[in-house]
Ligand binder design. Sequence first.
Ligand code: ADP
Ligand code: MG
Length: 161
Amino acid sequence: MKELDYFLADEAATVSIGSALADVIKHQIKQGMVVYLNGDLGAGKTTLSRGFVQGMGHTGHVKSPTYTLVEPYDLGQWRVFHFDLYRLADPEELEYMGIRDYFDDRSCCFIEWPEKGTGLLANADLTINIAYKEQQRTIHLLAESVLGEQILLALSHVVKG
Ligand code: ADP
Ligand code: MG
């Protein structure tokens, strides 16, 4: 499946798309993925990432990595890296961080503002766009790889529009 769209009535709906993606990865796909998150400030990129991180088993707080660029989560056999590149001044910073080591089979990388890291990031399996619809939101998920298509197909069975 190439694309999926949902209406997100409230914050809980945004969180639940993230946690549904986590369920799909843990129980069906069983490998890591790279997700690019697009959308204006306040659209819900961090909110969706929080749903994913918690869905993967993290029980604590999920803070926005705005100032740290990345928050790592070590969750048993899984690793989740939540990036926010909004404040990235120079893409070379990603090289110093050893960015390549973040992308592997057991890692799920959620990347807010991926355009700031163009050329240095792994290709996306999914590109997610969250848009304002008055006070609410819509979400568009686009598969960018065969893995991404498998993920969307599984997600479509779990989350009904
Ligand atoms: P971003 O990371 O895209 O800048 P955040 O996730 O930090 O955005 O903030 C999103 C804001 O929008 C939060 O205040 C959250 O409560 C709210 N929000 C998230 N999803 C929805 C939704 N579907 N409808 C209405 N408000 C939402
Ligand atoms: Mg954010």
